[in-house]
Design a protein around this ligand. Sequence first.
Ligand code: FE2
Length: 382
Amino acid sequence: MPTLTLTQDGSILTISDLPHTDSIRFHAIWLRDNAWDDTTRAPGNGQRLIALRDIPTDTHISHAELVHDIVRLTFTPENKTLDYSIGWLIDNAYDRSATPTKGWTAPQVETWDSGLMDAVPLADFNDVQTNPAALRDWLALVARYGFGKLVNGPTDTGSLFKVVDLFGYVRDTNYGRHFEVRTEVNPTNLAFTGLGLQAHTDNPYRDPVPSVQVLYCLESSAAGGENMVVDGFRAAERLREENEEYFDVLSQHCARFEYAGDDTTCLRSRRPMIELAPDGEMIGIRFNNRSAAAITDVPFDKMATYYAAYRRLGEIIDDPAMEVTFRLNPGESFVVDNTRVLHARKGYSGAGTRWLQGCYADKDGLYSKLASLSATHQEAAE
Ligand code: FE2
C-alpha cells in the first residue's frame, strides 16, 4: 500500500512503498499545474484552460490522502481539492537521479549498422493501406530504425503520395510537390552514371529540415543502383566511443549549409552536424558535403579539431560496416527519417533505365499516426 508524505511546508509530496519503483517526489506547483479536473483541463480535448499566472505563486499542499488508487490533494491558498491517478503519477514521474549519457537516444530508438541488412524494416503496401494494425507495426519500425521499405505497391506515377497519405502530408518545397529521379544508363559511358554520392541527409540548408523523405520506384531495368542507408545516430555514437572530443566539437558548434541553385532561391541554415537536446539527447544529424557552406562558427583554436572530427565522421559514414543496401524494384518504396538516417544510391553496373519519384513529408505526422493507432489498436496487439 503506497504511503503519502508531505514536507513541513507542503511544497513537496513523496509517494513511498510503491511496488515496482523507489519513492518518488513531486512539487506542489507541478501537481497543481498538471491537474485534470474540468476547471483545469477541457473535458473534450484535454487542453489546459488555465495559464500558470492563474496558479498562486505560494501554492502548497495542505492535505494528502490515498483513496484506493487515487491521490487526493488539497491545495492552498486556492483551497482546491484535486484527484490524481497514481498510475498517471508513476508514468509521469520526473524524480530521477541518473544523469543521461551525452548523445543518448530515446527508448524507442534502436541504432544499427550493416547487421540490419538481413532484417530491413519491411511491409506490404496493400497491408498497410487496409490493415491499421499492419500500418501501426510498420510505422513503429520506421520510428525505431529511422527507415522502412514498402513492397508490392502500384507503379502509376504519383503513387508516392499514397505512401505519404498513410501517415501525414507532403511538404512542398522549391523543388515542387515531388521531384523526379530519372536515370538513363549508357553502357558506353558508365563512368558518368555511377556517380557515387556520399551518403547524406537531404536539404540540411532548410530550417526546419524536411524530416521525412519518400522515394518510390516506378521503373528499374538497370543493374545496380541499389539504395544505401546509414544510421547517422550510430555513426555519431561510434564517433563518441572513438573520440569524445570529436563528438563534442561537432555537437557544440554549428555548421552552415546553403543552397542557391537558382535566382529565386537562397536557403541557408546554421545548425550542428550532430544536434543534441539541452539534456544531451541526440535529436538530429545533418551531413551533406554538397551543400556544406563555409563553417564560420567554430573558434579558431578548435577549427583543426573540428575538421579532423568532420573527416572522421565522414569516414565512419563511408565504412561498409555501417551501411544497409537494398534494391528498389518497380512498386517498391522507402521512407527515411531525414533527421537521422543518411541515404545514397550506389553506382550502376549495366545499361537500362531507372525512374524514381521522391517527395518530402514530416515526421510529426508519422509519430502522431503511430501514437493514435497504438492507442486505438492496443488490444489487437496484445
Ligand atoms: Fe538525397
